[in-house]
Design a binder for this molecule. Structure first.
Ligand code: CP
Ligand code: NVA
Length: 303
């Protein structure tokens, strides 16, 4: 059995997290110079995706190819998972052939079961509960633009969702403050709140959350699987749109972040996401570099 997976940011210590991010920054520079490492030469990554994706799929496929390896992509309807084969048997079969697994799924316990039965490292490419690979890229992006995160204030606006949970873990691990503004009933999971309590502040007031913030973050109001709730959510979250008026309540040089896909005119105004404070495409690009660094780390610690 492999001992190290990446199902949550909590699977890395603070020093390992910083090491993965600084190596991601170095790998980004290496790619520009044309000197990418070939640590996945002869190795195969299997991408088991039970939900749609643009960035996660493309960044893992490109990243593994750049490292000399190859990928097999199993989309939502392509494997026997959608016909009832168990996660456990899938994990055992794929582990006999591949060197790592990236999984995107709904219920978090599905990826926990995959990791429990896999003998190769399993990487979380998003579950309904969290999205740690997104955070590797987001932390890298903040550090590239502004440096250390310890002691800063970040603000999360909107739904207390999977990406929010990963930001909460990041706040504790790197010791910054995360103000979270959500409507009543859309707060993050209470266990994640408890675990990270000393670094988070919950409010219903968006202006309160962004005061003194060095970075303002939001995400879609209706995540994958919540399409039926779209119109109800649009009305509940209406006052949580990150527009330029709200950005003016944050620090003057505050960054704007969004994991994408974004819905302009809903959770973010076009003037903000397409404006000078937005770093959303740096975040998207950094998925590539951060995950290459993560794969290098996992393959090394599991060797
Ligand atoms: N941010 C993100 O994970 O995007 P995809 O859903 O396109 O992979
Ligand atoms: N919260 C969003 C993130 C997409 C990358 C979702 O789960 O759909």
């Amino acid at each position: 059995m492999t001992s190290r997976h990446f199902l949550s940011l909590n699977d890395l210590s603070a020093s390992e997290l910083k090491q993965v991010i600084s190596r991601a920054i170095a790998m980004k520079a290496e790619l520009l110079r044309g000197t990418t490492s070939s640590i996945m030469q002869g190795k195969i990554g299997v991408l088991v995706f039970e939900k749609n994706s643009t960035r996660t799929r493309v960044s893992f496929e490109c990243g593994i190819a750049q490292l000399g390896g190859s990928t097999v992509f199993l989309g939502p309807a392509e494997s026997h998972l959608s016909r009832g084969e168990s996660i456990e048997d899938t994990a055992r079969v794929v582990s006999r052939m591949a060197n790592l697994i990236v999984m995107r799924t709904g219920a978090h316990e599905r990826i926990e079961n995959m990791a429990r039965c896999a003998s190769v490292p399993v990487i979380n490419g998003l579950t309904d509960f969290n999205h740690p690979c997104q955070l590797l890229a987001d932390l890298q992006t903040y550090m590239e633009h502004r440096g250390e995160m310890a002691g800063i204030t970040a603000a999360w606006l909107g739904d207390g969702n999977n990406v929010c949970h990963s930001w909460m873990n990041a706040a504790r691990i790197l010791d910054f403050r995360l103000n979270i503004a959500t409507p009543e009933g859309f707060r993050p999971d209470h266990k994640v709140v408890e675990r990270n309590r000393s670094n988070i502040f919950l409010t219903e007031d968006p202006a309160d959350a962004v005061r003194n913030a060095s970075v303002v973050i939001t995400d879609t109001w209706a995540s994958m699987g919540q399409e039926d709730e779209q119109s109800e959510r649009d009305s509940v979250f209406k006052s949580y749109c990150v527009d330029s008026k709200l950005m003016q309540c944050a620090k003057k040089d505050a960054l704007f972040m969004h994991c994408l896909p974004a819905y302009r005119g809903k959770e973010v105004a076009a003037e903000v996401i397409d404006g000078p404070q937005s770093v959303v495409f740096d975040e998207a690009e950094n998925r590539l570099h951060a995950q290459k660094s993560l794969m290098e780390f996992l393959l090394a610690v599991n060797a």
